[in-house]
Design a protein around this ligand. Structure first.
Ligand SMILES: NC(=O)c1ccc[n+]([C@@H]2O[C@H](COP(=O)([O-])OP(=O)(O)OC[C@H]3O[C@@H](n4cnc5c(N)ncnc54)[C@H](O)[C@@H]3O)[C@@H](O)[C@H]2O)c1
Length: 286
């Protein structure tokens, strides 16, 4: 089966790598050549690392490189796809453009999944002529390490599409939950609230980021503190989620002004070398 991932940022490259090592032929597409090149370098590093640890049981490192292609041509490269996972920027006008385009060029049997963290698969499905084949397939960061895929069906999503998506997620070695559509689903709704509250606390001078993270990890038994997680997810991605949830669910999701300020300053987290914490002297860990 040929699987296409659209968007080669933090999530797209992780989804492409996870599909690749689990036996799929993968196309990775982005409009930004630099993002695509960075994704290729990162995926090659991950493949080498997995090979050196003896984890690539199904195929060799060389075969692996031949089974993935990188492209900036969305129209041309979705033509042979059987399954598409969209992981472009969390802005509805960008998702609309991407879904309208892939619907025009992808074969009629092809399922169109969105990795949106918050948005409506029903609305995204309405941009296509195949809403029965549109669904949210929400992966987590880092994709190859996180066990869950949260599956969200839209109003018109068929049972057949849900079954197929569960099957693909299982082939990618993931556990699934199927939830009903509502902004933020289960995970993003809770995560956005906690992350935002931590920023309000920082803004109010309640404690330092280190103290807040330590309190949440050791006191509440979370594996990561809210700032560690925010820096990993990307503060811009976190802000996009909050803006959408604020618009759809109301006041309690109003983004903290301090978070907005960090994003304006370009402090987006690990991906830019600085977020709440400074990573400039740290080797990037994959
Ligand atoms: N970051 C996370 O931890 C996380 C977790 C789960 C889900 N998500 C969701 O995954 C999606 C992607 O998030 P991300 O963090 O990887 O973002 P990102 O900013 O790292 O990457 C987005 C990529 O999309 C590309 N893009 C933009 N417009 C495009 C187009 N028209 N065609 C092709 N590519 C295009 C950009 O060039 C960029 O490389 C979002 O919907 C986000 O909500 C993110």
């Amino acid at each position: 089966m040929r699987l296409t991932v659209v968007g080669s940022g933090v999530m797209g490259r992780g989804i492409a790598y996870t599909a690749l090592i689990n036996g799929y032929f993968v196309n990775l597409i982005d409009i930004n050549e630099k993002a695509l090149k960075d994704a290729e370098i990162e995926i090659n590093k991950l493949v080498q690392k997995a090979e050196s640890r003896g984890l690539l049981v199904k195929v060799s490192e060389e075969d692996m490189k031949n089974r993935i292609s990188y492209s900036t041509n969305l129209e041309k490269d979705v033509v042979t796809s059987d399954f598409i996972i969209e992981a472009v920027t969390e802005k509805i006008h960008i998702k609309k453009f991407v879904f309208e385009t892939i619907d025009k060029f992808a074969p009629s049997h092809c399922i169109l999944a969105t990795n949106t963290s918050t948005m409506s698969p029903t609305e995204i499905g309405s941009y296509t002529k195949r809403p029965d084949k549109v669904i949210a397939m929400h992966f987590f960061n880092p994709v190859h390490k996180m066990k869950l895929v949260e599956i969200v069906r839209g109003l018109e999503t068929s049972d057949e599409t849900v079954s197929k998506v569960i099957e693909v997620a299982k082939c990618m070695n993931k556990e699934t939950v199927v939830v009903n559509e509502f902004p933020g689903f289960v995970t993003s709704r809770i995560s956005a609230l906690i992350g935002n509250e931590a920023f309000y606390m920082l803004q109010e001078g309640v404690a330092t980021p280190e103290e807040i993270d330590k309190a949440i990890k050791l006191g509440l038994n979370f594996p990561m503190g809210p700032f560690e997680l925010g820096d990993l997810v990307g503060l811009d991605a976190r802000l996009n989620n909050l803006e959408y949830l604020h618009k759809t669910l109301g006041e309690k999701y109003r983004p903290s002004p301090l978070l907005v300020k960090y994003v304006k300053a370009g402090r987006l987290g690990r991906k830019t070398g600085k977020g709440v914490y400074d990573y400039s002297n740290e080797e990037v860990k994959i």
